[in-house]
Every structure is written in structure tokens, then in C-alpha cells.
Design a protein. Structure first.
Length: 359
């Protein structure tokens, strides 16, 4: 079959077909085959020189061999079963018009390894926003999907986890969608003026000009989702506002979607001030990495304080991300894990009184 509506003979028509394919692979024990009759789907699935398949097989722990329109899978029984299921579901997703890189396919395989009850179709069909470049913004992990649904269902959501997990980017996508669908009248983007090793007083200009470079990531995410001219017009009108946290004091934010980024650098007083600005028909999303605070030593992060204090209040949801949810370059995930392992080792050594200089 050559059409995108019916892309391949082996693509799953239903959950039952996927389950039957997995059962067959388990019975086979060490090998299975997936036939992909649509040449274009097969080309996109395999990638240049088979790079996409290699990325997926590394995650699953099997060997893929492509002969004609058939992908042969070899490995232990459970891994072969998972490999077949991953290929079938990827064929299904690609056949529905999705464009996936090898990294995205590997991430999808990781999702199925960690969450076998998930269907990739449901994950990739959850479109948050179609950007100005016609790119569909969808969750890349279960944690991201839970985060998105939490923002839909709650007025205040905390997104806590390492860099690169999409916390701010997805919050921005939800904010733009809310503005476009008239759920809110404006977007307010803010972050505290605290940066590692930087002294704001030495920078030229007034406070707004001093912190503007630190607000750049918010502008970048905004321009990735909206036409540049449209975004600049909304910024000029005040429909979208990007401002340091200090500018929030004394305000009441009605009909707004408010994002507080880098919230680990707020104090408890600043966090309380921010959260009590929320007015009627508004949402607030607070993002940050509780392990990366740049506050002076001895100052408790407002993010850690608020998430612990408020997490069980109705209408508030705290969502946590881990290194497995990192959606940047694959090396970023490994870097996060290396630092986390080193920090955990240092904590253990401090507890035992054996910390060394080269830990």
C-alpha cells in the first residue's frame, strides 16, 4: 500500500493487533519479523543508512536486520517482543503523517520500555499547539503528557526537574494555545533576577534592561511558536508581557496565563508574593530545577518550599521530571545523570565523613 492513510500491511489496526504481535514474538523466543510494505514509511523508519533503527535497537537491546521490505529482529524473547511492538507502533505513527527523527524514535522506545501500557499513537496525537513553522508540539514522554494534562485541569501547576525536560517550552505552548483560543486575554512571562556568578548592579541600564538578557530563553520559546512579527506586535501591545519577577509586586493578574521560570531562584517570600498575584480566570505554571538554585548559601528556595507546602491543595498540581525526560541532545541526558550520580556520591561521602577533594 502506498497511501499515508493505510501506510503498511504490518501497521497495527488496533490495540488487539499490537498485543497479538507481541504474544507471537514471545512464543518465537529469539526472532520475529515486521513487514513494512509502504516504501516511504520504511525509508523514514530506517533512516539514513539504518541510523534510526540502530538508535531504537540500542534502547531495546535487540538486533534489527533489514532485507527488502522486512525487518528481522533477533534477541531474547521479551526484548524481541518489545522490539516488534515498537516497530509496529512507529509504523502506525509515521503512517499518520508524523515526522520523527532517530532521537525521537529512540525516546519513543524508551517510553514503551518504562511504560508498557502506553500506546504511542495516543502520545503523539496529543497536540498542544501547531507552531508558526507548522510543527506540531506534542508530549515526548509520559511525564510531559501528565504535565500538559495537569495544566489543562489545574489553575496552578509546578513543573520541577532538570534542564532540557521541556518544562518551560510546553508551558509556553499551552499559554500560546490559551491565548489563541481566547481562554485568556494575555500571557505574562517572568523569572527572578538571580543568575550564577552575575552581579546585576554592574550591568548598564535600568532594572528591565539589566534582566532582559536573562529573559531571552522565554523570548526564544515564544518566537519558536509564533510568527516573529505577530509576537512582536503582541509584545508591543502588552498582550504578551515579559518582565522580571520584581515587577509582579502589587499587581492582580486576571484573565492571564502566567509562567514563572527558573523558580528555584526565588525566595519563599518572593514565591508567596507571586502566587498571591493570581486573579480570576487565570493559570500559573511555575518551572524550575530544585537542585540548581543560585541563591546565597543558607537561603531556602521558594520552589522547594512551595511545592512541599502546597502540593496537596486542591487545584494545585506538582509534576516531577527526571533525566529520562530530557528532550535535548542525547548527551544532555548523560550529562544530567553524571552530575546526579556525582552529587549523590558526595552526599553519601559527607554522611560518612569521607568526602575527598577529587570526588
Amino acid at each position: 500500500m502506498g497511501s499515508t492513510s493505510e501506510p503498511a500491511a504490518r501497521a497495527p489496526e488496533s490495540d488487539q493487533e499490537v498485543d497479538e504481535g507481541v504474544d507471537a514474538a514471545i512464543g518465537d523466543g529469539a526472532s520475529a519479523r515486521v513487514e513494512v510494505t509502504d516504501a516511504e514509511i520504511l525509508r523514514r523508519l530506517s533512516g539514513p543508512g539504518g541510523a534510526n533503527l540502530r538508535a531504537v535497537e540500542e534502547v531495546i537491546g535487540v538486533n534489527f536486520g533489514l532485507r527488502g521490505d522486512t525487518i528481522h529482529i533477533q534477541g531474547d524473547g521479551p526484548s524481541v517482543a518489545l522490539g516488534e511492538r515498537v516497530l509496529l507502533e512507529l509504523v502506525d505513527v509515521l503512517g499518520r503523517g508524523k515526522k520523527l527523527s532517530g532521537v525521537e524514535m529512540a525516546r519513543a522506545a524508551t517510553t514503551l520500555v518504562n511504560h508498557p501500557d502506553v500506546r504511542l499513537r495516543e502520545l503523539f496525537d496529543d497536540v498542544v499547539l501547531v507552531s508558526s513553522q507548522k510543527k506540531a508540539i506534542t508530549p515526548k514522554s509520559i511525564a510531559q503528557q501528565i504535565y500538559i494534562q495537569s495544566i489543562r485541569d489545574h489553575d496552578i501547576v509546578f513543573g520541577i526537574g532538570p534542564a532540557g525536560t521541556g518544562k518551560t517550552y510546553l508551558a509556553m505552548a499551552m499559554a500560546v494555545h490559551a491565548l489563541q483560543t481566547k481562554l485568556v486575554k494575555r500571557i505574562i512571562l517572568t523569572r527572578p533576577a538571580v543568575e550564577a556568578g552575575e552581579k546585576l548592579g554592574f550591568l548598564p541600564g535600568d532594572l528591565a534592561e539589566k534582566v532582559n538578557p536573562y529573559l531571552r530563553p522565554l523570548y526564544d520559546a515564544l518566537h519558536d511558536m509564533m510568527d516573529m512579527d505577530r509576537a512582536e506586535a503582541l509584545l508591543a501591545q502588552g498582550t504578551i508581557e515579559v518582565a522580571p519577577l520584581a515587577f509582579m509586586r502589587g499587581r492582580t493578574l486576571n484573565d492571564s496565563f502566567v509562567i514563572l521560570d527558573e523558580a528555584q531562584n526565588t525566595t519563599s517570600d518572593q514565591m508567596k508574593m507571586f502566587l498571591t498575584r493570581l486573579g480570576f480566570s487565570s493559570k500559573a505554571v511555575i518551572t524550575g530545577d530544585a537542585t540548581q538554585t543560585d541563591l546565597p548559601e543558607g537561603r531556602r528556595s521558594g520552589l522547594a518550599d512551595a511545592s512541599h507546602l502546597l502540593g496537596k491543595i486542591e487545584g494545585i498540581r506538582v509534576c516531577y521530571f527526571t533525566d529520562t525526560d530530557v528532550v535535548r541532545h542525547p548527551l544532555v541526558q548523560r550529562i544530567v545523570r553524571a552530575y546526579d550520580s556525582r552529587d549523590a556520591r558526595r552526599e553519601a561521602e559527607r554522611g560518612n565523613g569521607t568526602e575527598g577533594e577529587n570526588s
